[in-house]
Design a protein around this ligand. Structure first.
Ligand code: ATP
Ligand code: MG
Length: 207
């Protein structure tokens, strides 16, 4: 497709997440935004420690990183970044975007986020600066309203995507109770979870 763009400037999606584990909801969100916004690449960025998840035990970063690599390996436009897991301390999206911007000063960044996370964005660290580093794309997620309230209209777009009522929390609980996660997560991720016996202790509490 011919483009009027500066040939040095690429359009790059940024999909941040805990990915504990990565599932088809994440992959469909990235794929839909890539198609609608003519992105050249989507970088998946597994988080380090997270401010809103301090109260639960998160799987070691290396497992979450490798599951993300396995899940995205077959898509030539999907890549995985270690910026958040290699930085010590709590992950704030502002640092993710600053680091990616420093690595790719000429790229245009599109931060992809589900409706649940988008509604919290104004409470994130350095919220105003976030919008100077990237354009934000909020995607629909079952059970959550996609609302523009309080967000700068010129810096945020909304996209309806196929509804996949999948969450990592539900995947972990399923594994913990011996229920299948086939077709909720990519096949290689099912096998990775089995190989390393992840999530065995999840989900018994309410049985
Ligand atoms: P957890 O249950 O552990 O919070 P999660 O399924 O919400 O896991 P995250 O890693 O927290 O996954 O989410 C990363 C990003 O992907 C967030 O922006 C979230 O809103 C988005 N997202 C996750 N699942 C979906 C889905 N099914 N549809 C659309 N967006 C999603
Ligand atoms: Mg979540």
């Amino acid at each position: 497709m011919p483009s009027q763009r500066d040939p040095g400037s690429r359009r790059v999606g940024v999909m941040g997440g805990t990915f504990d584990p990565i599932h088809h909801g994440h992959l469909v969100a990235a794929s839909e935004v890539a198609a609608q916004f003519a992105l050249d690449e989507v970088v998946f960025v597994p988080t380090g420690l997270q401010p809103f998840k301090a109260d639960r035990r998160v799987t070691p970063a290396e497992h979450r990183y490798l599951m993300t690599v396995v899940a995205t390996a077959s898509n030539p436009t999907f890549t995985v970044s270690r910026v958040d897991i290699d930085r010590t301390g709590t992950t704030y999206t502002i640092d993710t975007l600053r680091d990616l911007r420093a690595e790719r000063p000429h790229d245009e960044l599109f931060f992809i986020t589900g409706a649940d996370a988008l509604s919290q964005i104004l409470s994130w660290k350095d919220a105003a600066e976030l919008f100077s580093l990237a354009h934000f794309v909020g995607v629909t997620r079952p059970g959550h309203d996609l609302s523009p309230e309080g967000l700068p209209a010129a810096k945020v777009s909304f996209l309806e995507i196929p509804a996949l009522a999948i969450s990592s929390t539900d995947c972990r609980e399923r594994v913990g109770r011996g229920r299948p996660v086939w077709y909720l997560v990519p096949d290689g991720v099912v096998q990775y979870i089995q190989k390393y016996q992840l999530y065995r202790g999840s989900g018994e509490a309410d049985e």
